[in-house]
Design a protein around this ligand. Structure first.
Ligand SMILES: [Zn+2]
Length: 409
């Protein structure tokens, strides 16, 4: 099975020796190495590789007699990671796609339409703060000027980082020619929850993606000496932040939603200084668009009240918000039944997820898309301990093979 070889090749790239987590940030050194792996893996298979205007990678399988301009069945995922992410989130879909190609070739299957393997750029939004940036730029959902100006943690803008990596940022933006080439997109992904474990299935199909958003809370106060400034005289923005984080947890608990402050920047960031500014990023998700709006409104109201109570101020900026995604019903049913038939008619669970994906962005742009999930025994993701059993990964490859055979012929 070529899966093992492909997996072993990609596995060491960008893994931090201390944490065991991955640091494959868009247009950074490790991510560029992953891209090189993609290009050489595709080239070894005589697939044509293109990078589109928005940095997304494509490997094209166009058998003899197939019109290369007809809409393609696209499979794939992404190669970048969150800070200290796991090995499976993204790469599992790309590796499985190449392994499925190898299996289909070995079986002598030739699709009657082009099939492409895609690796979408900057899916996690780790460096520049906007998730699914590559697919959002492709569909025009993310404005090109805004994207170019987004500044990463290392101080470089997306435009500067792209240029340094050999991409021309001037070409960013909605790409109708490229969109017309995508007939349908099927993304395989490790599950980021325990839905499949609970029902005892190796592979499932997505029904919907919860609406979700990222919001930057900027709490401002006054820097001062930690020793000489009396407690009542302080305007400490950390206090309002801390109360807001507690309120967010309570609000999400009550609403059966999710609210996470996972990133913080403090000025001047000195142990012996009352901070002047605290920037905190809220990741919020809920079952419906209305639920999400209510949740964020409640957390924002709390932040404003807590700031006023502490003589500080707060600004809230929505950095990216995605509405609920309902995957194409008929594609989902066809994908589920193709997989079911390939495993002797066994039940294939259909389940929602709280995680965003490029397949959701493409669905929003009217491209029929579907997702396959591979069982995650602990449900842990965005962590070095993220895992999937090899047998389940192989079941994922087999499911992808069944899907390409069904949709691509
Ligand atoms: Zn992912």
């Amino acid at each position: 099975m070529s899966f093992d070889r492909l997996w072993t090749e990609l596995e060491p790239i960008g893994r931090h020796p201390g944490t065991g987590g991955y640091r494959r940030f868009a247009y950074g050194v490790a991510e560029l190495e992953c891209r090189e792996w993609f290009v050489s893996t595709a080239t070894d298979r005589s697939l044509d590789v293109t990078t589109d205007r928005n940095g997304n990678l494509w490997a094209w399988w166009v058998p003899e007699g197939v019109n290369p301009n007809s809409p393609a069945l696209v499979i794939g995922s992404h190669l970048d990671s969150v800070p200290d992410g796991g090995a499976f989130d993204g790469p599992l879909g790309v590796v499985s796609s190449f392994a499925a190609f190898d299996s289909l070739q070995a079986q002598g299957f030739a699709p009657t339409q082009p099939v492409a393997i895609a690796a979408f750029a900057d899916e996690e939004g780790a460096p520049f703060g906007v998730a699914c940036a590559g697919s959002r730029l492709l569909t025009g959902e993310l404005d090109a000027d805004r994207a170019r100006a987004l500044r990463g943690r290392d101080g470089l803008t997306m435009a500067e980082a792209m240029r340094a990596a050999g991409h021309d940022p001037a070409t960013l933006g909605r790409d109708d020619e490229m969109l017309a080439r995508i007939g349908a997109y099927v993304e395989l992904h490790v599950e980021q929850g325990r839905g499949l474990v609970d029902v005892g299935s190796a592979v499932g199909v997505a029904s919907a993606i919860w609406p979700h958003g990222r919001y930057r809370f900027t709490f401002r106060g006054e820097a001062n000496h930690a020793g000489t400034t009396r407690m009542p005289d302080r305007r400490d923005p950390m206090i309002a932040y801390a109360s807001t984080a507690l309120a967010a947890r309570d609000a999400a608990l009550t609403a059966e939603a999710r609210a996470t402050f996972g990133r913080l920047e403090v000025e001047p960031n000195g142990t012996n200084a009352v901070p002047s500014e605290v920037r905190a990023w809220l990741d919020a998700r809920a079952a419906t668009d209305d639920d999400l709006e209510r949740l964020v409104a409640r957390i924002t109201a709390e932040a404003v009240a807590d700031s006023e109570a502490n003589g500080t101020t707060v600004d809230v900026t929505a950095e990216s918000v995605s509405g609920a995604t309902h995957f194409d019903d008929s594609l989902r049913d066809r994908v589920a039944s193709a997989i079911s038939s390939s495993i002797g008619g066994a039940h294939v669970p259909v389940l929602p997820t709280g995680a965003g994906h490029d397949a959701g962005i493409l669905t929003g742009a009217g491209i029929p898309s579907a997702m396959l999930f591979v069982r995650n025994p602990t449900g842990v993701s965005h962590s070095p301990s993220e895992f999937a059993e090899r047998d389940d990964c192989i079941a994922g490859v087999d499911a992808l093979v069944a899907v390409v055979k069904n949709l691509g012929s």
